[in-house]
Design a protein around this ligand. Structure first.
Ligand code: ADP
Ligand code: MG
Ligand code: MG
Length: 358
C-alpha cells in the first residue's frame, strides 16, 4: 500500500496559526500517488482531533480544523499506539508509517511530541527528543554552542524567582556586561514572540516583565548590529548544509509582524557574502547541528556584524517555517533540491533513523 503519513499541526503553542499554514502547504505538495495522509489537528487547548485517511489534500486551510470531533484525543492516541498492541499474540498492523509533526514552538518543537512518538514506537520526521529540547531552550542551546567552540554574543539568563528576589543585581549585571541596547527573550519560544529591544532601564524592566509572561526563564543578550544569515541543514549522521540566505527585515528587527504579517520582509538567496565567509558559516551550521545532536532538519541562524563581518551564531530551529515560501525550503531549492524532493528526503531520514535504532 501507499506510505501513510500522519500530519500533525496546530498545537497548544503561540505559533498555532503558523503551523496551520505550514500544514496546508505540505499537504498540497505531497505526491498522492506515493503517499496517503492522516491529519491530526491539535487545538489551541491541546485536544487532538484525528481525520480520516486522505487521498487528496484539503481544498482550503480552514478545513484543516474541521476534523470529526468524535475522533478525539483517545482515538488519536489509539492510532499512534496501535502497533504496540500485542495482546492478540501478533503485532497489530500500524495505522501510520511515519508521523510528520509540523508544530512550531512549545509542545511540538521542544521534544514533548517527539517523546510521545518514541513511546508509541512510531517513526517521525525531524529532530529527536534531545535536539528538540536543546534547540527550544535558548539558554541550554548557548551552553552547547559554547562547548562546540561556536562564537556567540554575551548574555545573561535567570528565572522568574531569581528576578523577584534579585532585581537590582540582575539589572546591574545586565548593564555592566551587556549595556544598552540589549535584547530580552523568553528562553523557550520562537517566532519572535515576547522579544523586545531595550534602550534604557525602564524599557529593560518592562521587557523582562513581558518575557516572564511567556516563560519562567528569560535570556538577555548584547545587541549586535548585524545582517541575519541563515543556513538549512538536512540529514542524520552525515548532515548537509545548503547555500546561505539573508533576511532583509521590514522592521527594526525581525519580529513577529515582519515574519508573518506585513509580508514585506525579503530574502536574498544565496546571501551576498564573500565565498570564504559563506563557507565558514556553512561549516559552523553543520557544527551547531552536530552539537545539538540534530537529525532530520534544522535551520541555523547567524548574525554577521556589519562593522567587521564577525560571525555569531544566534540559534537553531529544529522545526523552521516550512511553507514553499519559507527560508528553509527556499535555501534548499537554490541548492538544487526542490520542495517535493525535500519532503521525500525528510520521510526517508525519519525511516532510516527508526530502522537504525531497532
Ligand atoms: P526567535 O526564536 O523567536 O526567532 P531570535 O533569537 O531569533 O528568536 O530573535 C528574533 C529576532 O530578534 C532575530 O531574528 C533578530 O532580528 C533580533 N535579535 C535577536 N537577538 C538579537 C541580538 N542579540 N542583537 C540584535 N538583534 C537580535
Ligand atoms: Mg527560534
Ligand atoms: Mg529566530
Amino acid at each position: 500500500r501507499k506510505m501513510r503519513v500522519g500530519l500533525v499541526y496546530g498545537g497548544k503553542s503561540g505559533e498555532h496559526e503558523v503551523s496551520l499554514s505550514t500544514a496546508f502547504a505540505v499537504m498540497n505538495a505531497f505526491d498522492f500517488d506515493k503517499y496517503e495522509m492522516i491529519p491530526f489537528f491539535i487545538t489551541q487547548a491541546g485536544e487532538w482531533r484525528v481525520g480520516s485517511l486522505m487521498n487528496t489534500p484539503f481544498a482550503d486551510k480552514e478545513q484543516l480544523k474541521l476534523l470529526d470531533a468524535k475522533g478525539g484525543t483517545v482515538q488519536a492516541m489509539d492510532m499512534l499506539f496501535r502497533s504496540l498492541d500485542r495482546s492478540a499474540g501478533t503485532a497489530v498492523e500500524a495505522a501510520i508509517d511515519v508521523m510528520f509533526p509540523l508544530i512550531h514552538g512549545t509542545n511540538g518543537e521542544d521534544g514533548t511530541i517527539q517523546g510521545l512518538f518514541e513511546m508509541a514506537n512510531v517513526p517521525y520526521v525531524g529532530a529527536g527528543v534531545l535536539a528538540s529540547a536543546v534547540g527550544m531552550d535558548k539558554a541550554f542551546m548557548k551552553l552547547v554552542f559554547a562547548d562546540a567552540g561556536l562564537p556567540q554574543v554575551q548574555y545573561v539568563h535567570f528565572i522568574g524567582a531569581e528576578w523577584n528576589r534579585d532585581q537590582e543585581q540582575i539589572l546591574r549585571q545586565t548593564e555592566e556586561e551587556l549595556g544598552y541596547p540589549c535584547f530580552i527573550k523568553p528562553a523557550n519560544l520562537g517566532s519572535s514572540v515576547g522579544i523586545s529591544k531595550a534602550r534604557n532601564r525602564a524599557e529593560l524592566i518592562a521587557a523582562i516583565e513581558l518575557a516572564l509572561q511567556y516563560d519562567r526563564k528569560v535570556i538577555i543578550e548584547e545587541f549586535v548590529d548585524a545582517r541575519e544569515v541563515e543556513v538549512s541543514v538536512l540529514g542524520n549522521d552525515e548532515p548537509q548544509a545548503s547555500v546561505t540566505g539573508e533576511i532583509i527585515s521590514s522592521n527594526e528587527f525581525y519580529d513577529y509582524k515582519a515574519k508573518y504579517i506585513d509580508g514585506k520582509s525579503g530574502m536574498q538567496i544565496p546571501a551576498e557574502l564573500d565565498a570564504e565567509l559563506a563557507a565558514s558559516i556553512r561549516e559552523m551550521a553543520v557544527r551547531a547541528y552536530r552539537a545539538i545532536d540534530g537529525s532530520g532538519l534544522s535551520r541555523v541562524d547567524f548574525f554577521v556584524r556589519r562593522s567587521d563581518s564577525q560571525v555569531f551564531i544566534n540559534e537553531v530551529n529544529t522545526m523552521p517555517g516550512f511553507t514553499p515560501y519559507s527560508m528553509y525550503p527556499l535555501m534548499w531549492k537554490e541548492t538544487g533540491k526542490p520542495y517535493q524532493q525535500l519532503l521525500d528526503d525528510l520521510i526517508e531520514l525519519a525511516l532510516n533513523r527508526y530502522a537504525a535504532k531497532q
